[in-house]
Write a protein that binds this ligand. Structure first.
Ligand code: UDP
Length: 544
């Protein structure tokens, strides 16, 4: 690996002079530590102290220059998980003159993205917290290309899914523990620090019970662009889009099973029942038995994916449009409170159908009170607490991550009650999955309506008319839109309510509720296909 960071590629002497003369330079985006990504020239890392170092010289700069606020609480989040106090990034400062007394720096010539993986042993965390954010942070900065070097500073070893991280760039990612192999002082010629949080959709419950993020900024399109890119790198050809008649006949169901814990105890029966119900073949996959790429290949062609709640369900981001996700929950676990996969499936444009099923029959559940606490054991708790948990019919809302009642219930095995599952499926799966060829719906929004105008007339002392007219949005003439409607809001000046109207044409004369000698404010906007709203045109002021 030392070979890979070949010093021959840059002139070592020139780099050293540049570092001594210019020191470190930093410019960041973001107003807060939670939305900040910083770009550095000559950011260094001292492997003995395990600290990043900013070298001040006459031509250094640091934007934002926060003074001591840089420690309140940190310059930025090094993982994509918001404001987690184990994931902060900061650096020490030194004068560049100190370099004379320090070990000779080793320069990293690659453009580097420095970040923390959040939980690299859990597949959901791998995709949601790391792979998607890394992928789109790299899209954000054009010099973070296929030749970029990823550096993972969280301190974990490679972990079970390191091959997935390797797909993001052609260079081997570096782990924190490997940095010391390069020397005592490493200097990154050009680096970015931090991750975009734009693609994350779920918060894990560190400060409030887990749930979808308050302001989701990603749509199914970006998720699907990411998964296609990954599948391309894995040499998996999609069957998305038009299917050949043979493929259409060969629809199938995938049961993603867990073989270590949270088992489906009647898996064979479940598979038979599903195959019978949908008249399709059904196959199982598990992380213990298949490689991840082979699982992706199977899932990308599936019509229905069935699985117990758990990280393996993040693989639904490889399902094709129109497919169905069926998430099974153990006894006493309320599906509405644990929705990372429901939220994913329901992102606009993800175009997946989602069904949750919950075991309501305690006898169909097998729990493991004697296991270690992290696998849901409760033997370590006092009697009273154990009895309370055993008597409870639903885990109350709780914070992450060590709630014993939650762990006890979520690690139960389940005998799936087939009739109740099929009933849930029939109630939700309206269209036969995938048969209605799912094409991406248009997401093109209307522009502003043009040349909005109003004309008024007074008929009598208590009768007036208000005619509003406008031209179509400019982009409409280039589009095929199924349904074009207009929305008009009319507000009497000074009042704080308004009347909304949905109209099919480009003009309308209002006479009801229109008073003579009154000023009305009128807003007009265009709507495509019922839910694609355009912006309002400038407000009209209309006096009758
Ligand atoms: N896992 C697995 N088979 C099992 C149990 C777990 O492959 O029988 C995987 C799971 O997909 C995840 C990791 O091990 O990637 C951690 O599982 P855990 O139960 O801790 O987390 P959860 O699935 O509840 O998120």
């Amino acid at each position: 690996q030392s070979q890979e960071l070949s010093q021959a590629r840059i002139d070592y002497h020139t780099a050293l002079l540049a570092l001594q003369e210019y020191g470190t330079r930093m410019v960041c985006t973001g107003k807060m530590h939670t939305d900040r990504i910083c770009r550095f020239d000559y950011l260094c890392y001292c492997t003995e102290a395990e600290e990043f170092v900013f070298f001040h010289s006459n031509s250094s700069f640091m934007l934002p220059n926060l003074g001591p606020r840089r420690f309140q609480p940190a310059l930025l989040d090094l993982s994509s998980v918001e404001d987690h106090n184990t994931q902060y990034f900061n650096f020490l400062e030194l004068p560049a003159a100190a370099l004379k007394f320090m070990p000779k720096p080793v320069f990293v010539p690659d453009v580097t993205l420095i970040l923390n993986r959040f939980n690299p042993d859990n597949l959901m965390h791998v995709f949601h917290d790391d792979l998607l954010p890394i992928f789109y942070t790299m899209q954000q900065y054009s010099d973070l290309d296929d030749e970029a070097r990823l550096v993972f500073m969280e301190g974990w070893s490679e972990g079970a899914h390191f091959d997935l991280y390797r797909l993001l760039s052609s260079k081997q990612p570096l782990l924190k523990e490997q940095l010391r192999n390069f020397g005592k002082l490493m200097c990154f010629t050009k680096s970015y620090v931090g991750l975009s949080k734009m693609t994350t959709w779920y918060q894990y419950g560190f400060v409030q019970p887990q749930g979808p993020k308050a302001n989701i900024l990603v749509s199914g399109n970006e998720i699907r662009q990411f998964s296609s890119s990954l599948m391309e790198k894995l040499n998996i050809t999609t069957r998305g889009g038009e299917k050949s008649p043979a493929e259409e006949k060969d629809e199938y169901i995938v049961v993603f099973s867990r073989s270590i814990n949270r088992l489906i105890l009647n898996e064979a029966e479940l598979i038979l029942a599903l195959a019978q119900e949908f008249q399709m073949r059904a196959v199982t996959v598990s992380l213990e038995e298949q490689t991840f790429p082979s699982i992706v290949k199977v899932i990308s062609g599936a019509s229905i994916l069935v699985s117990m709640h758990g990280a393996q369900l993040v693989s639904s981001l490889f399902l094709s449009r129109g497919a169905v996700v069926v998430e099974l929950f153990p006894y006493a676990v309320n599906p509405e409170q644990y929705t990372p996969y429901k939220t994913l499936a329901s992102l606009p444009g993800m175009d997946l159908q989602y069904v949750a099923w919950r075991n309501m029959v305690e006898e169909n559940s097998v729990a493991y009170p004697e296991r270690p606490w992290e696998q849901g054991g409760i033997a370590h708790l006092d009697k009273e607490e154990q009895e309370h948990i055993l008597a409870s019919k639903e885990v109350p809302r709780h914070l992450c991550c060590r709630n014993p009642e939650w762990l006890y219930r979520i690690y139960q095995d389940t005998i799936v009650d087939i009739p109740s599952l099929l009933e849930a499926l029939r109630a939700t799966v309206k269209t036969k999955p995938n048969l209605k060829k799912a094409k991406p719906a248009s997401t093109v929004h209307p522009g502003q309506v043009r040349e909005p105008q109003c004309q008024t007339s007074v008929q009598a002392t208590n009768e007036a008319k208000l005619t509003v007219s406008w031209q179509i949005p400019w982009n409409l003439k280039y589009l095929k839109v199924r349904e074009v409607k207009y929305e008009v809001w009319i507000q009497e000046q000074g009042e704080n309510t308004y009347m909304p109207y949905i109209l099919p044409h480009q003009n309308y004369t209002f006479s009801e509720n229109i008073k003579p000698f009154t000023t009305y404010l009128v807003w007009v906007r265009c709507i495509f296909n019922k839910n694609l709203l355009g912006p309002f045109a400038d407000v009209l002021t209309c006096r009758t």
